[in-house]
Design a binder for this molecule. Sequence first.
Ligand code: AP5
Ligand code: ZN
Length: 217
Amino acid sequence: MRIVLVGPPGAGKGTQAALLAQRLGVPHISTGDLFRAHLSQGTELGLKAKAFMDEGRLVPDEITVGMAAERMARPDASEGFVLDGFPRNIAQAEALDTLLRETSRKLDAVLDLEVPEDEVVRRIAGRRLCRADSSHIFHAQYNPPETDGVCDICGGELYQRDDDREETVRKRLEVYREETEPIIGHYREQGLVHTILALGGVAEVTGRALAALPGHD
Ligand code: AP5
Ligand code: ZN
């Protein structure tokens, strides 16, 4: 199963992608997480990406597409993947179309997570991420860890992302509306889009997402 998750910052893409990937037995591929991993390892790519991420702007396509393609080419992604945060503009969507066509693969679904903007702001303000594994995502109020500042899953340290500051979040929302939302129209033309209401509990949203997938109900 090959799935793309689309939605504004804080919609719950990372949260849902991790759960869906586990359920479907395919890797969760997040370009944001890949950039953060590069950054924590101090690579040149990570340092380049940070400058854009800190301003809430998209990292240039020539950096992003190659990194995503390299991850999708690994053996664990041969049977499928859940893409989270990629593609993020029309050029990236077209690059993904080409990549899949060249390897005779197809997307099965694009899940568009819908959340009102005030809720997105609340979700981002309370988000806490695990340093050891960025798919371990918590929320100070909605999904608090048992011990303050400690990941329930692996014991790692929880932290707040640098780009979760209010002014950066505003810029990320603007970039989402201008550059990312148009990809929904691109995929609608391919008949792949399912709009998922992403309000309610995490499990409830996962249930809606699974129900929308072809062959699942
Ligand atoms: P990225 O890391 O992809 O961030 P984003 O798209 O802004 O999305 P977020 O990670 O903020 O939110 P999310 O939707 O994953 O929500 P989450 O599950 O954490 O990108 C960061 C930056 O990297 C970009 O700005 C850009 O610079 C760069 N980048 C990345 N990909 C790129 C690309 N393809 N091209 C160019 N640049 C790129 O949930 C949020 C919070 O809500 C959590 O605390 C969670 O616990 C909570 N929550 C989740 N679900 C629920 C629920 N149902 N009820 C209550 N709380 C919930
Ligand atoms: Zn953890």
